[in-house]
Design a protein around this ligand. Structure first.
Ligand code: MTE
Ligand code: MO
Length: 373
């Protein structure tokens, strides 16, 4: 409180040849954005600060009363459900931390060409809707069903092929109760905003973002495994282009830190004053509950256990952690890493894959401690 940095001097800096000049005719940078890391202080990510990722344009839905969610395929009774009708079912709300499977991609070498996230593709919201299994029960899934396919209303081209955004879940996941998959119509108690899938989206707690199909218009029960682009080509962990690869599914553990101190707008240096600094952040895993967070203030050479908030009853939401650090003048690299009950722990060195998916290398936060206490 009231502490000041005695002297701040950072070199003037000119943009490099590839900085700030990128052409963006598709508007990707305007549409997709990350979580400002200071927003990790909130249990629930404030409106507008939750990350957004959409492959194509955000659909325009001027009149949601005309929207129908079709449930069909290998079912006994096809359903056609309006958002109003869905709001008539008993509502379930789940607090869920969502993370893009490509989070951390921009830190990989060589860098896979796709949305260049550093670590900021995450956010936590309360999602309200109807359990998917309630709708599938009502439709009556036929005995030969194996997969459930979800189609969004958005549309674009990927690798030269025009397509809708479409993903599937194995029947057991779609009808399971751990996690309970939701067809959601509200985010934080409000109707879904356009960028988060208005009027309806899928929420698959614990799974990476690509599974949570937005602008959901069709649910198709299938008797063969779905092999569409977003399932069999994209979102697979592979080393070589021709590999079949492993599908991307549940979220690997990650801890993120609120960068302490304050930034220099031009040089991007972050300053902290000497003395006591509270390091804090959030940790989550979609694979098993988080069991511990450790902090390093020497770029991963040594680690100390951080305090972790007790379980709060929201199994699929991040938990707060904190740690007290005594900063001394000099340069420091701060890190945090999470582990979960299944024994998964964040690596310091990330194993590379072509898409840069499901990577959860520890975050590094360089700070410069300067001035006197
Ligand atoms: N229809 C549709 N759903 C989609 C996407 C999309 O492009 N189209 N992107 C997916 C991806 S890759 C992510 S990470 C999440 C992001 O959800 P959010 O924007 O609500 O944070 O939405 C998923 N659902
Ligand atoms: Mo994503």
């Amino acid at each position: 409180m009231g502490r000041r940095i005695a002297e701040v001097s950072t070199p003037a800096r000119l943009a490099g040849p590839d900085e700030g000049l990128g052409r963006d005719e598709l508007g990707l940078a305007a549409r997709n954005h990350g979580l400002p890391l200071e927003a990790l202080r909130h249990d629930l990510t404030p409106p507008g600060l939750h990350y957004v990722l959409t492959h194509y344009d955000i659909p325009y839905v001027p009149d949601e009363t005309a929207w129908r969610l079709m449930v069909g395929g290998r079912v006994h009774r096809s359903l056609s459900l309006s958002p109003a009708r869905l709001r008539g079912y008993p509502a379930v709300t789940a607090r869920v931390t969502l993370e893009c499977a490509g989070n951390g991609r921009a830190l990989l070498t060589p860098r896979p060409v796709s949305q260049p996230w550093l670590v900021e593709a995450a956010g936590t919201a309360d999602w309200t809707g109807v359990p998917l299994r309630v709708l599938l029960d009502e439709a009556g899934v036929r005995s030969d069903a194996v997969d459930v396919v979800f189609t969004g209303a958005d549309h674009g081209v990927e690798r030269g092929k025009e397509q809708d955004y479409r993903r599937s879940l194995p029947l057991g996941v779609a009808t399971g109760d751990d996690p309970e998959v939701l067809v959601a119509y509200a985010m934080n108690g409000m109707p879904l905003p356009p960028q988060h899938g208005s009027p309806l989206r899928l929420v698959v707690p614990g799974w990476y973002g690509m599974a949570h199909v937005k602008w959901l218009r069709e649910i198709t029960v299938a008797d063969t495994p779905f092999t569409g682009f977003q399932q069999s080509v994209a979102y697979r962990i592979r080393q070589e282009p021709g590999d079949e690869g492993e599908p991307v599914t549940r979220i690997a553990p990650r801890a993120l830190m609120v960068p302490p101190g304050f930034p220099d707008f031009m040089s991007r240096t972050r300053f902290v004053a000497p003395g006591t600094v509270t390091l804090e952040g959030r940790a989550w895993s979609g694979r098993a509950p988080v069991t511990g967070v450790e902090v390093s203030t020497d770029d991963g050479a040594t680690w100390q256990p951080a305090g972790l908030e007790p379980e709060h009853g929201h199994r699929w939401a991040w938990r707060r952690w904190s740690h007290t650090w005594t900063a001394v003048p000099g340069e420091h690299v701060l890190c945090a890493r999470a582990r979960d009950a299944a024994g998964n722990v964040q690596p310091v060195e990330q194993a590379w894959n072509r898409g840069g998916f499901a990577n959860n290398a520890v975050q590094r936060v360089p700070v410069l401690c300067t001035g006197s206490p």
